[in-house]
Design a protein around this ligand. Structure first.
Ligand SMILES: Nc1nc2c(ncn2[C@@H]2O[C@H](COP(=O)(O)OP(=O)(O)O)[C@@H](O)[C@H]2O)c(=O)[nH]1
Ligand SMILES: [Mg+2]
Length: 444
């Protein structure tokens, strides 16, 4: 996500850094380039214009500090303004504090409503709340089935009334919830290919029948400016309380994410980053801004790691990595851990300094499985000291794992390269020093 915008901004900042000081002329030139980069990322043109104006005013009004480079100062200003653009502070979902609290999820067809309903249900289930998924999309034949299957997968309650209209289904669902100790009712409503009156009337009708606490719009980040227009139209008709951006994992150019808050005035509350039920994060403007600027999102990374990885083990691993002492045993271990954290590219992309080096590297999960199979065919001794793996050992490993000797060779080569890369990071450790990782992770 935001790949090309991040790259462009990075290029622009590099130029600024090359200059000795900020003058009115070079600030203005820089601003013109930033504006162009934003427009190319499909940011709403008014939003881009106002953004650039605000940055420029601040840049020109700021005394250039001698101790830092002009480029750094500029990055800081752009970062702060981006945070503002994205909404400044994290806005939480309406608390689940009644029996039941009701969320209504709306949006166009295919925007990711049903998927999001499942994600929200899972997120709350993990907080020991009891959610209920309600199928209120009766127009697409497979829609009810899709939600029911999803409910089964994540093991939460499901509700539907055959042959009834959505407002009635929703009303009855809330009644059912009251008597069944449900904490959160999630209404999966119907979408259309375009915003139309019938759709809006139906959603308004549901709002009349049910006391909705959160009216959430799912906006598909891949659709750029369209997502912003759709959001405005929904907001006008049904008074949204929040927006969830979906498909942020795709190669969206970022325009929707950057414009939607400003244009609609409605807070972005959730970020959906994949197809799996666990691919959901609260939306944090500051972290998103850091990601856009390619500064890495170490906070999210660490939080994710905390959820899944044993801290002691993580500390040991960090040490081993930086000293390039890790072996194939660690490699196997790490792969199991990483699997729990989600797609590898995402995880690696969040580490400052690594994102760029991995540019263009596609981490193929199947390939990872294959590598794991090869490593598993090694003896413990071989895993610890890969240098002893000679021709005949390679043959045995290849046979044992159902791979070619070539594949084994390739893995050994990659492993070597990885060790080199990490030993470089180890050498750069001084540069990273003092970077404090929150939550008990040892500082670098
Ligand atoms: N990559 C990705 N795909 C998503 C995301 N959210 C939904 N999808 C996919 O988008 C398609 C439409 O999703 P669905 O929830 O059925 O949309 P609905 O018509 O609005 O209910 C499905 O193939 C989902 O798997 C996301 O955050 N990332
Ligand atoms: Mg659906």
């Amino acid at each position: 996500m935001f790949g090309s915008l991040t790259e462009k901004l990075d290029g622009i900042f590099k130029q600024v850094r090359g200059r000795g000081k900020l003058t009115e002329k070079n600030v203005k030139d820089t601003m013109r380039e930033i504006r162009q980069a934003l427009l190319e990322a499909d940011v709403n043109y008014k939003v881009a214009r106002d953004f650039v104006k605000a940055v420029q005013e601040e840049a020109l009004g700021t005394k250039v500090l001698e101790s830092i480079e002009p480029g750094q100062q500029m990055v800081k200003i752009v970062h702060d303004k981006l945070v503002e653009l994205l909404g400044t502070t994290t806005v939480e979902m309406h608390p689940v504090d009644k029996t039941p609290t009701v969320y209504m999820v709306c949006g166009l067809q295919g925007s990711g409503k049903t998927t999001l309903c499942g994600k929200i249900a899972l997120m709350n289930k993990r907080k020991n709340k009891k959610p209920l998924l309600v199928a209120a999309d009766i127009y697409r034949p497979a829609a009810v089935q899709q939600l029911e299957t999803l409910a089964g997968q994540i093991a939460v309650d499901f509700y539907h009334l055959e042959g009834k209209k959505p407002p009635e289904i929703c009303r009855e669902a809330v009644k059912h919830a009251r008597t069944n100790f449900i904490d959160l009712v999630i209404l999966d409503t119907a979408g259309r290919l375009h915003v139309d009156d019938a759709l809006m009337a139906e959603l308004q009708d549901i709002q009349k029948q049910v006391d909705v606490d959160e009216t959430l719009l799912v906006a598909d980040a891949m659709t750029g400016q369209d997502a912003v227009n759709v959001a405005s139209q929904f907001h006008e008709k049904i008074n949204l309380t929040g927006v969830a951006l979906s498909k942020l994992d795709g190669d969206a150019r970022g325009g929707a994410a950057l414009s939607i808050r400003k244009v609609t005035g409605c807070p972005i509350k959730l970020a959906s980053t994949g197809e799996k039920p666990s691919d959901l994060e609260p939306f944090h403007p500051d972290r998103m801004a850091s990601r856009i600027l390619g500064m890495g999102d170490i906070v999210t990374l660490v939080e994710k790691a905390q959820e899944t990885i044993d801290m002691d083990q993580a500390a040991k691993m960090q040490d081993k990595l930086l000293k390039a002492q890790f072996d194939f045993e660690d490699f196997l271990d790490q792969m199991q851990q990483l699997k729990k954290m989600g797609p590898l590219e995402n995880v690696l992309g969040m580490i400052p300094g690594i994102g760029k080096q991995l540019k263009g590297v596609q981490v193929d999960e199947r390939e990872m499985e294959r590598m794991a199979a090869i490593v598993k065919s090694m003896t413990v001794e071989e895993r610890r000291r890969p240098s002893i793996i000679d021709g005949s050992r390679k043959k045995r490993i290849a046979r044992g794992s159902g791979n070619s000797v070539q594949a084994v060779n390739q893995l050994l080569k990659q492993f070597n390269a990885m060790q080199k890369m990490f030993s470089q990071f180890g050498k750069n450790k001084k540069k990273l020093k003092g970077m404090q990782l929150p939550g008990g992770m040892p500082p670098l």
